[in-house]
Design a protein around this ligand. Structure first.
Ligand SMILES: Cc1cc2nc3c(=O)[nH]c(=O)nc-3n(C[C@H](O)[C@H](O)[C@H](O)COP(=O)(O)OP(=O)(O)OC[C@H]3O[C@@H](n4cnc5c(N)ncnc54)[C@H](O)[C@@H]3O)c2cc1C
Length: 267
C-alpha cells in the first residue's frame, strides 16, 4: 500500500524523505510506476501548493525556473522563449501540462530532454536545504533522499547561441533516440566556452568534454567543426534499449551534431 503525506513546504517534504519515499512533481513517471505496481515506492510526499514553486524569473544574465514549473509553464513564458522548442519536445500536451522541471532532472533514460538543455546552459540547482549545486553533480550522484530541488538557474543565451535537437522514431513526439543541446557563445566569430550536452547517450544527460575542447576557438563552419565531429565517439558510451542500440546511437551522433552546429537542426 502507498501512503500519501501532504505538506506545506519543500523543507517539510525533504524531512519526510527516506527509504521508499518519493516526492511528487507532476507524477507522470511516479504515478505511472505506482499504478503499474512499482514496489520501491511506499510513501509519496506532495506539496499542498506546488504552484508556489512554479515561477519563472529573470536574474541578470540568467533565468530561474521553480522546480514545480511545468513544460506548459515554460511554453507560456516569453522570458524563456529559447526553451520553447525543448519543452515542446517533451511528450504530448497532457504530459506537458503535468511534467515538471524537477521531475525532468530525475527522469531516467531515455527521458530528460529539458535536463539536457539545462545542462548545456550551465544549470545550477538550489536545493531544499538552501545549498546550491551544479546540475552535473546531481546527475552523477542522484541524491534524492535527503534533498529536493527547489529551483534551477540557467544561462539566458543570446541570439542563436543556444541550439537543441531531438531525434525520435515516433513522430511528432516520441522518446529520444538521442538529443543534443549546445550553448555556443562566440567572441569575434570564434567559439569561446561552448557547452555540449547529449541525452539518451548514458543513464543520465552528459556533457561532451572532448567535443567542447575541440570547438574552443573554432569558427562555426564545416572546417571549424571537423575536429569536434571526429572526437564525438570519445565522449559517449550509449546504452542499448528498445529504441536503438548503443552502436547505432554512437554512429549517428556526429551526423546530428553536425546538423546542429551548422544550424540545420530543429531549434
Ligand atoms: C507518455 C509519456 C511520454 C513522455 N515523454 C517524454 C519526453 O518526450 N521527454 C522527456 O524528457 N520525458 C518524457 N516523459 C517523462 C516525464 O513525463 C518527464 O520527464 C517529466 O518532466 C517528469 O516530471 P514529473 O514532474 O512528472 O515527475 P514525477 O513523475 O512527479 O517524478 C519523477 C521523479 O522525480 C522526482 N522529483 C520530482 N520533482 C522533484 C524535485 N523537485 N526534487 C527532487 N526530486 C524530484 C520524483 O520523486 C520521482 O522520483 C514522458 C512520460 C510519459 C508517461
Amino acid at each position: 500500500m502507498v501512503t500519501i503525506t501532504t505538506v506545506e513546504t519543500l523543507q517539510e517534504a525533504a524531512a519526510n524523505g527516506g527509504q521508499g519515499t518519493a516526492f511528487l512533481g507532476g507524477g507522470t513517471l511516479l504515478m505511472r510506476g505506482v499504478n503499474y505496481g512499482d514496489q520501491d515506492v511506499s510513501h509519496i510526499v506532495r506539496l499542498r501548493q506546488p504552484q508556489s514553486l512554479a515561477g519563472v524569473s529573470l536574474e541578470g544574465e540568467r533565468v530561474r525556473l521553480g522546480a514545480c514549473a511545468t513544460m506548459a509553464t515554460i511554453l507560456r513564458s516569453t522570458d524563456v522563449a529559447f526553451l520553447h522548442a525543448v519543452a515542446r519536445a517533451v511528450g504530448g500536451p497532457a504530459i506537458r501540462n503535468m511534467a515538471t522541471v524537477g521531475g525532468n532532472v530525475y527522469a531516467p533514460h531515455p527521458y530528460g530532454d529539458l535536463a539536457v538543455a539545462l545542462l548545456a546552459l550551465d544549470a545550477k540547482l538550489r536545493m531544499s536545504d538552501g545549498s546550491e549545486m551544479e546540475m552535473e553533480r546531481l546527475l552523477a550522484t542522484r541524491d534524492t533522499e535527503t534533498r529536493l530541488i527547489e529551483s534551477v538557474s540557467a544561462v539566458r543565451p543570446s541570439g542563436d547561441d543556444f541550439r537543441f535537437l531531438k531525434v525520435t522514431r515516433v513522430k511528432p513526439r516520441g522518446a529520444s533516440v538521442l538529443s543534443i543541446a549546445a550553448w555556443l557563445p562566440r567572441r569575434a566569430g570564434r567559439i569561446s566556452g561552448a557547452r555540449i550536452a547529449f541525452g539518451a547517450m548514458a543513464p543520465t544527460p552528459v556533457r561532451a568534454p572532448t567535443v567542447e575542447a575541440a570547438l574552443e576557438g573554432a569558427s562555426l563552419d564545416q572546417n571549424g567543426i571537423d575536429r569536434a565531429l571526429q572526437s564525438v565517439a570519445n565522449d559517449l558510451n550509449p546504452p542499448d534499449d528498445s529504441l536503438a542500440s548503443g552502436w547505432y546511437r554512437k554512429e549517428v551522433a556526429p551526423v546530428h551534431l553536425k546538423r546542429l552546429l551548422l544550424g540545420q537542426g530543429t531549434r
